[in-house]
Write a protein that binds this ligand. Structure first.
Ligand code: G1P
Length: 290
């Protein structure tokens, strides 16, 4: 059973400046909900009960979001705002959430290494705090990955097909399909040039890892951008154990860049019963002017 998840959220978010200067990029809202809350809810929907967030300077707002605010609760109670009060209580009860500071921003692999003591000797999920994924089936992508883990008892990464010219932004997988949308991984390359990429299937920001990854991270030398890359550590893990890829049917929203951030807000608003109609009208008005 997989109970624990790690959410790395220490990066500065330079691609979203100035919005991310004095608030964590993970707290920027999609409609009315911080990005990282969607990530936590995805983990919780997959049966995760314990979450460790890897944070750093300027990320305190994340802690405040998931802990209780008694003054605010009292205020809502006095004003009879029951719906809001219930929602706030629900958020602070989503999971046991813990925080640890990454001492230096030294790459995703380095960030995950801070989870070693907390995770112990169990398999665990990793969900990148600035990436949302939605599966067409409605079942959380993390849940689908945990199902694959339970079938093989080996690490699993979420895979997404992207255009060849975009592969250099991602970790790229080389492997063979073994069952519908499941791949047996043979190799990974972090951010290759398109001509060197072994495929156009990329790591989509969700992982289920076995605890051997921590030793592998310990043996990983600085790679792309002179940082300790999780992808390089997974390459080492592949030498010892099998690893599977799940190509999920659905969408990934990378909130680290401006245009995707805006598009995601519009798409999510269109999925909401309370906003759909108003948003559709607005889009029609805009389209008529173009
Ligand atoms: C990280 C990983 C990369 C993965 C990507 C997904 O890169 O290193 O392998 O494909 O996340 O978003 P980053 O976006 O942190 O540069």
């Amino acid at each position: 059973m997989i109970r624990k998840a790690v959410i790395p959220a220490a990066g500065f978010g330079t691609r979203l400046l100035p919005a991310s200067k004095s608030q964590p990029k993970e707290m920027l809202p999609i409609v009315d909900t911080p990005t990282i809350q969607y990530v936590v809810e995805e983990a919780v929907a997959a049966g995760i009960t314990d979450i460790l967030m890897i944070i750093g300077k300027g990320k305190r707002a994340i802690e405040e979001h998931f802990y209780r605010n008694f003054e605010l609760e009292l205020e809502l109670e006095e004003k009879g705002k029951e719906k809001e009060l219930e929602e706030l209580k629900r958020i602070s009860n989503l999971a046991n959430i813990h925080f640890v500071w990454q001492k230096e921003l030294n790459g995703l692999g380095d960030a995950i290494s801070y989870a070693r003591d907390h995770v112990g000797n169990e398999p665990f999920a990793v969900l990148l705090g600035d990436t949302l994924v939605q599966s067409n089936s409605g079942e959380s992508v993390t849940k689908q990955m945990i199902d694959v883990y339970e079938r093989y008892n080996e690490s699993v990464v979420a895979l997404e097909e992207v255009d060849r010219d975009k592969v250099s932004r991602y970790g790229v997988m080389d492997g063979k399909v073994i069952d519908k949308n499941i791949y047996l991984v043979e190799n990974f390359v972090e951010k290759p040039d398109p001509e060197d990429a072994p495929s156009n299937l990329v790591i989509a920001g969700r992982y289920v890892l076995t605890p051997e990854i921590f030793d592998c991270i310990g043996r990983t030398k600085p790679g792309k951008n002179n940082e300790i890359q999780l992808t390089d550590a997974m390459e080492l893990l592949l030498k010892e154990r099998a690893m599977y890829g799940l190509r999920f049917e659905g969408r990934r929203y990378d909130l680290g860049n401006r245009l995707d951030f805006l598009k995601t807000n519009i798409e999510f608003a269109l999925m909401r019963d309370d906003l759909k109609e108003g948003m559709e009208e607005f889009i029609k008005e805009l389209a008529a002017k173009m």
